[in-house]
Design a protein around this ligand. Structure first.
Ligand SMILES: *[C@@H]1O[C@H](CO)[C@@H](O)[C@H](O)[C@H]1NC(C)=O
Ligand SMILES: *[C@@H]1O[C@H](CO)[C@@H](O)[C@H](O)[C@H]1NC(C)=O
Ligand SMILES: *[C@@H]1O[C@H](CO)[C@@H](O)[C@H](O)[C@H]1NC(C)=O
Length: 298
């Protein structure tokens, strides 16, 4: 008996020593692709250098990098998520589970993937969101630097167009346009974001799947001038009815009414809010190593 458990113990140790690092799935942002060496191709290499033996899959949406970039603008996210679920389900190297890292819009796409396909895929352990737009956007790049009246005017125009059904289906960024001045229109028309945020109806599968994560890590860039408001990177947004005051996630209805199970995750210590100095996605290797790799990827 003693002998048997001793051998079991040794087996467990040997297994632990030989265990491959948890694989990583990446999803790029708008205007980017899976594989360019100066963007995610380079980042994949960085991860492989930092975590010897790790398998990294950088999602390519399309048959080549050009299609991948175009699809980031024009393929409806619902379709993109479906495709990504398929790619992951087919990848034998991911079958033991994986960590997922999103860049910008890739963050909300990965969250949608977890919520929609989590029960059909190997376990997603940690979801790392780098500058994601979890409550959508209401603004244009660098709008904060422009005179406010102009910004509001342009917003109104885009708002009108964003919820037009042709634009909703044809332009990815319109599917996470969120007008705080008309929440009911957003709920009705946003065919991606309002749906995954359980704003239209409560989908219990989404809640269960998201809650299976070990951590949902949200990184906000302190000087982000691309994402408006940058608080959306922490799942916060403008208080309904105006576009100046921000409501923190913990004060927002999605949290207080626990529509998506975020309150439960928060209580369990699964929600992590990090910030990085710099503009959109401008983190340093050191910052990433200390704040993401060491705590979540090793
Ligand atoms: C890949 O190419 C085929 C054939 O041209 C096309 O039908 C398909 O839509 C492409 N896949 C994606 C994801 O764009
Ligand atoms: C996944 O595998 C199935 C069955 O082999 C195949 O029909 C499908 O095209 C594959 N999907 C992708 C995205 O590779
Ligand atoms: C909830 O989400 C699951 C997973 O995506 C889906 O299969 C199901 O149809 C959804 N339920 C409703 C009521 O939309």
């Amino acid at each position: 008996m003693m002998m048997k458990s001793f051998f079991l113990f040794i087996l467990v140790i040997i297994n632990a020593i030989h265990a491959d690092p948890t694989p990583i799935v990446l999803w790029h942002g708008m205007g980017d692709t899976c594989c360019w060496s100066f963007s995610l191709g380079g980042f994949k290499q960085f991860l492989e250098d930092e975590i010897p033996g790790v398998y990294v899959l950088s999602l390519e949406i399309g048959n080549n990098t050009i299609e991948d970039m175009e699809n980031g603008y024009f393929m409806n996210p619902n379709k993109q998520v479906e495709l990504a679920c398929d790619i992951i389900a087919n990848d034998s190297k991911l079958q033991g589970g994986f960590n997922a890292i999103g860049f910008s819009q890739g963050c909300q796409f990965l969250r949608a993937l977890v919520q929609r396909c989590g029960h059909m895929l190997p376990r997603v352990k940690n979801l790392i969101s780098l500058g994601g737009q979890h409550q959508g956007v209401y603004g244009l790049p660098n709008c904060a630097a422009v005179q406010h009246l102009t910004c509001d005017y342009v917003r109104k125009l885009l708002n009108y167009a964003a919820y037009n059904s042709i634009v909703q289906h044809g332009l990815v960024q319109a599917t996470y346009w969120h007008d705080p001045l008309d929440e009911s229109l957003y709920r009705k028309k946003s065919d991606f974001l309002a749906e995954i945020n359980n704003e239209r109806a409560i989908n219990k599968t989404y809640i269960e799947n998201l809650n299976k994560l070990e951590h949902f890590v949200m990184v906000k860039f302190e000087d982000d001038s691309v994402v408006q408001p940058r608080d959306t990177e922490w799942f916060a947004f403008y208080e309904p009815g105006q576009a100046k005051k921000i409501l923190d996630l913990r004060d927002s209805p999605i949290y207080t009414k626990d529509r998506l199970g975020l309150k439960r995750m928060d209580k369990a210590g699964k929600l992590v809010f990090l910030s990085s100095p710099g503009n959109h996605l401008q983190f340093t290797d050191d910052w990433f190593r200390d704040n993401i790799i060491k705590p979540y990827l090793l």
